[in-house]
Write a protein of this length. Structure first.
Ligand code: CA
Ligand code: CA
Ligand code: CA
Ligand code: CA
Length: 698
């Protein structure tokens, strides 16, 4: 594994280095590393890369708050430690970091606002674009770190800034009127963040007509820094409402279309209807009745669930209101609004009851515990184009399935010539119905919200590929015939083959029982607009367990597994420490996790690092490492800028790829002040490097 780079087309500079192995003084691997390197063959031709810096100033990378870029070449993480130019933090505060993959390793930069670090609660990064080129950070100007932008309001809670991660600059996105309050803020953005949506307890735009009250919300859109009210009724009147669903409620996914043309908001008055704001100009009521028959349930609230990602052409919501003739009951149903259909026919009853025998109506399984209202949940997952929608209903709505009540998992599949409804199995109600904490049990498969503001300790136990072909979920139900004895198992459904398989149903695992999770549960999970990609486009499923599902996993620690029809270890399975999955690139080529084990020779500390198990990845193991700088150059590089101008805040320490071109110097020489100079004493160089470098290799 560690030699793989010899023949896989490394850049020319590396080829030069590896062509002269005699020049390379290999540092001894620990026995553990050597054992891992010899015994473990990672699946898919993966190799480990250390993403977080070699020198973390004695700090660990924190679990739970992380995000991978869609191309696998950037990674966001947080740490309570101070490195890569971040100021000293307190034990309760976090600094945010962005790692970028270069030709010879990953480099890390601190991405705080220049005048401080962050807590994970209301402040900090709330969201990123899928490529991690931009992030939105929430900030309180009158906090103890002082003002950042003089034009930003210093009262009424948080301001939102967009950080351009290419330029390292910050732009005030929430306007100069007021802050967004203590529980408002960023919800979703267009794919490039040229338009972001904010819910705010305070008026963000002049004369918005929105009530100025701590308990109420209005929806705003910020287009290239210009803020305007988005919660506007079709007749032009402002209305109290929030982006997507209301805060601390249901789902928020794709509440702004990727192209930025549509924003979905829920009114907080009357029937809590669902609306689309289009280009900041017009508003469409999406939850209006299209009944031609008289009667029908009405007067209930509407809950936004998701939307077609690219343009917002289709929108999913749940309600007990009977909005079409086919809905003859008063139970909660899943509806889709389709802009492409003619007037009066925009709505499709996704959860239509096709079983005349089982009780009338789907009773889509809205969660009602933990302060969440009935009707809020039900959606399990959906493809980005909304042609595949997974949901849970309490009643049997297909003609053929078992007719007893219980949380039944369905797929509505519209990828063929006409939509079909498929019953996948009945989940376990016994461990979920009475669990008001939502910490345990199958209720988490359909509990809301999956992500978004208000996602408080309710990690959703379902994940899906972008096209919805693959759905993975964790259930204690015995769905494939394996006697799981009430233990949770990871299941994968393939909509193309219509096969449900159990990834973790291993009879002789050691230990046989233990936790299983997609991610480490963490309160205040951020970013709010990103669900970790546990299911790749190709159907690989990544998860954590402390069961030993494969013979080579006997450490009794949590390890990261991949299931692609067969089980594979992503982490070594032999380490002394646990490994915890963080995220993946949607292609599945990058699987990121944290561990305190040292998986590459560069990792010399006992601190927790981010690793990428990357297909075709890996970097040369450490040779003798020439220091990236010496003397005055080190001192300059090691100092964080104290200048608060936006452009200087993207300090990336001594780990820049530019500064790493030390390998090009001849033997016995090292790059210093931009030139190859004679090397100094080796021990001294190592000491200096450990103090100053932020580079990381894998
Ligand atoms: Ca109904
Ligand atoms: Ca029925
Ligand atoms: Ca293990
Ligand atoms: Ca480490």
């Amino acid at each position: 594994m560690s030699r793989k780079w010899l023949c896989d087309g490394r850049p020319a500079m590396l080829a030069l280095i590896v062509s002269f192995p005699v020049l390379i003084l290999l540092l001894p691997l620990s026995s553990q590393q050597a054992a891992a390197a010899e015994t473990q063959a990672l699946p898919d031709g993966r190799s480990y890369e250390q993403v977080s810096p070699v020198n973390k100033n004695g700090a660990d990378v924190d679990p739970g708050t992380a995000m991978a870029a869609v191309d696998g070449n950037r990674f966001f993480f947080v740490s309570k430690g101070s490195f890569a130019g971040q100021p000293t933090s307190l034990s309760t505060e976090y600094s945010p970091y962005l790692a970028t993959r270069g030709p010879i390793g990953w480099t890390t930069e601190g991405i705080s606002l220049p005048n401080g670090h962050l807590t994970l609660g209301s402040a900090g990064y709330q969201g990123f674009t899928p490529d991690l080129s931009k992030g939105v950070i929430q900030w309180q100007e009158n906090g103890r770190f002082g003002p950042f932008d003089p034009s930003a309001p210093t009262t009424a809670g948080f301001n939102s800034y967009i950080r351009d991660n290419e330029a390292g600059s910050f732009t005030l996105a929430s306007g100069t009127e007021r802050g967004t309050g203590n529980t408002g803020g960023f919800v979703w953005g267009s794919r490039d963040f040229s338009m972001i949506a904010l819910s705010s307890q305070n008026p963000l735009a002049p004369s918005s007509g929105c009530p100025d009250s701590g308990a109420k919300f209005c929806a705003y859109e910020s287009e290239n820094g210009v803020v305007r009210l988005a919660s506007v009724l079709p007749n032009g009147e402002p209305v109290e409402g929030a982006v997507g669903n209301r805060p601390f409620r249901c789902n928020f996914e794709h509440a702004v279309s990727d192209d930025g043309h549509r924003l979905f908001f829920t009114s907080n008055v009357g029937d809590h209807d669902l609306y689309a704001r289009e280009d900041g100009i017009s508003t469409t009521l999406l939850s209006a009745s299209e009944r031609t028959l008289p009667g029908g349930e009405s007067g209930n609230e509407v809950n936004y669930q998701s939307a077609e990602a690219a343009h917002g052409d289709k929108v999913l919501f749940t309600t007990k209101n009977a909005l079409v003739d086919a809905d003859g009951d008063s139970t909660n149903d899943l509806y889709m609004y389709d802009y492409g259909k003619p007037a009066g026919q925009h709505l499709t009853l996704i959860s239509e009851d096709h079983n005349p025998n089982a009780p009338a109506g789907a009773q889509v399984h809205g969660w009602f515990a933990n302060g969440l209202p009935e009707g809020c949940g039900g959606l399990v997952g959906a493809s980005e184009d909304l042609r595949r929608v997974y949901f849970v209903a309490n009643n049997q709505i297909t003609p053929d399935g078992p007719e007893g009540t219980g949380p039944k998992l369905y797929l509505w599949d519209n990828t063929g010539t006409s939509p079909k409804l498929i019953y996948l199995g009945t989940l376990d109600a016994s461990t979920s119905e009475n669990d008001s904490s939502l910490i345990f049990g199958d209720g988490r498969i359909w509990a809301a919200p999956a992500i978004g503001p208000g996602d408080l300790q309710i990690p959703r136990q379902s994940r899906w590929s972008r096209d919805g072909r693959f759905l993975a979920f964790i259930s204690t139900a015995s769905l494939t015939g394996f006697d799981n004895d009430g233990e949770p198992e990871v299941f994968r459904y393939d909509a193309l083959t219509e096969q449900l398989s159990c990834a973790t149903c291993v009879a002789d695992s050691r230990p046989s029982t233990g936790s299983i999770a997609f991610n480490t549960a963490q309160p205040q999970v951020k970013p709010v607009n990103h669900l970790p990609a546990n299911v790749s486009d190709g159907g690989q499923v990544f998860f954590n367990t402390d069961r030993g599902l494969l013979p080579e996993d006997s450490n009794g620690q949590v390890d990261v597994y991949e299931y692609d029809g067969a089980l594979h270890l992503i982490s070594p399975g032999s380490g002394a420490s646990g490994s915890f999955f963080l995220d993946a690139s949607p292609s599945g080529s990058d699987a990121y996790f944290i561990t305190a084990d040292r998986l590459v020779g560069w990792d010399k500390d006992s601190n927790v690092d981010v690793y990428d198990a990357r297909v075709g990845g890996g970097f040369p193991e450490p040779a003798f490492v020439p220091p990236p700088c010496e003397g005055e150059a080190c001192l300059e590089a090691a100092q964080a800028p104290n200048d608060a101008t936006p452009g200087s805040s993207s300090y990336s320490g001594a780990g820049n790829v530019e500064q790493r071109k030390t390998g090009a110097c001849p033997r016995h020489k090292v790059r210093r002040h931009g030139k190859c100079r004679k090397r100094r004493g080796q021990r001294r160089q190592h000491r200096r490097q450990s103090k100053t470098t932020t580079r990381s290799h894998g």
